[in-house]
Design a protein around this ligand. Sequence first.
Ligand code: CUA
Length: 343
Amino acid sequence: MNTNTGSKPSLAYSSFRRLAVSLATALLLTGCTTDSPSMLDPQGPAATRIAELWWIIFGLATVIYIAVMAFLAIALFRRRRAQSEEQPLAQNGTRLIVLAGIVGPAIVLIVIFALSIRIMAALTIPANADAVTVRVTGHQWWWEVAYPDEAVLTANEIHIPVGQPVLVHLDAADVVHNFWIPELHGKMDMIPGQTNTFWIQADRAGEYRGECAEFCGTQHGKMAFIVVAEPAEQYATWLAQQRQPAPKPVIAQTQYGQQVFLGSACVYCHAVGGTNATGKVGPDLTHLASRLTLGAGTVENNLGNLGGWVVNPHYIKPGNLMPAVNMPGDDLQALLAYLQTLE
Ligand code: CUA
């Protein structure tokens, strides 16, 4: 066969270039571990074990890639010499193919499989019988968060005591969602009619962003939540505050704002503890002002964003299920002032 000798160096060159690009990508990946949230920046025991497994697989894959590229380089140079000297090809090629192409990959896959099973088993062991229990229900496109033992109901924010295992029950109200806090644990499906359970634990106090990791409709990309891991005392204070009904409005504007709220369509979807508003379609608003974000992690919770959200929620989060609210300016100001008292 007539081979174009000019193309051989370029093939070898492109192989080495690909190797260099892969190594550079690996270095970049390592550099990214400081960005939050990343599963390569574990902050709890489960995420640590998952990240360890990831690095083992990454290391094995790198070694194998370099070995394959080395064999390829050897083959390129050998073939040229064999042709020029017109020697027959080596007969022990079959043994090499069986060892490096079948036995080797089988051993690597068995090792990865065994490590995965071991870590999966370790992650399902209940760490503590009387741990904090949280029930999270996925909705299009927000998270209902209940503490069944504490009579606390909130949304899009999960407070946990730092250093303690937290049992999380997961289910869904409409379609399949997926609960993922990259720095604390792997992903877990939320399936309507089925409760999945797992354990999370944060070793350091802080805020950890969680995401929906299963496509669930137009606003899947804006279905986030925040896990706030705090010292036990601060967590107890938060629980005690969340258990309270909504504070009564004390000044004329906020009292009028409450009337506007209770007289509007808001009450068909939202509840405020201690009032006649008991809607269950959207997030409970009893302690709305205490939360960090609006629209399930979409925007920061401040007066400007709250006003924008009430007047035109579809500008901030197109396709979400809340209708825009039309009302006179004074009513809107009073309503916003009232909502901001819901600490
Ligand atoms: Cu919920 Cu994606």
